[in-house]
Design a protein around this ligand. Structure first.
Ligand code: ATP
Ligand code: MG
Length: 203
């Protein structure tokens, strides 16, 4: 067990904590606006997709209605889909493998457009509380879907709906329209030491 702090230290600690609490409480009171959010999770580190799905799990746990579109699919089994479909989450996955493997721009544009159409429908659906567009940043970068179209659809969604966008190198304008943006930085990754991607951890 930790030794009790000497009195003077303890008092100082208490004062400091009280001050922090007052400041945090004041900020909580000041935050009055309630609306659906746009979140962007970008950067080169691992954790973007897992963060997006973590939020979906959180929302499902509150009985909120969620939808997911995944714009890049591996050829492997999809753990998130296996779980969330059972829980009533609407799920759309691009039918091809990783786009940098297919090297077929016309074909990829076609499948990207099919999923994007589902996204647009979800963005007009009042009953959906949270939607996740996983890896959509690449679709915009590659020109498979129009940036203007994406921005317009997001901005005209129901005011209570939240949208999560993930993927590396999010376009500046997606960052501009977002309320919350996080950049996941790579410090190190197991793959760099030759360790294989792992079921339940990487997919
Ligand atoms: P995750 O799905 O694990 O949250 P992510 O969405 O942040 O990862 P992506 O760029 O979508 O990352 O890459 C997906 C796959 O690539 C995952 O299997 C992940 O472990 C792996 N990966 C992510 N970041 C790195 C990295 N910096 N170096 C090597 N592999 C990575
Ligand atoms: Mg990802």
């Amino acid at each position: 067990m930790d030794k009790p702090m000497p009195h003077s230290n303890n008092d100082k600690h208490k004062q400091r904590q009280q001050k922090i609490k007052q400041e945090v409480d004041a900020r909580i009171d000041a935050a009055q606006e309630e609306k659906g959010l746009v979140l962007v999770i970008t950067g080169n580190g691992k954790g973007k997709t897992t963060s997006g799905f973590g939020t979906i799990a959180r929302a499902v746990g509150h009985n909120l209605k969620c939808g997911v579109a995944q714009f890049i699919k591996g050829t492997w089994d999809n753990g998130e889909k296996n779980l969330l479909e059972k829980l009533g989450v609407e799920f759309h996955v691009m039918a091809t493998g990783f786009t940098w493997e297919t090297q077929d721009k016309d074909g990829d544009t076609l499948v990207a457009q099919i999923i994007w159409k589902e996204c647009k429908r979800m963005l007009q659906d009042n009953s959906l509380d949270v939607v996740l567009f996983d890896e959509i940043t690449y679709m915009v970068t590659y020109g498979y879907i129009e940036l203007d179209d994406v921005i317009e659809a997001i901005e005209s969604r129901p005011s209570t709906q939240s949208v999560i966008i993930t993927g590396r190198a999010a376009h500046r304008r997606l960052i501009e329209i977002a309320d919350t943006v996080s950049e996941v930085r790579n410090v190190k990754h197991a793959f760099e030491s030759g360790i294989k991607a792992r079921k339940g951890i990487d997919w």
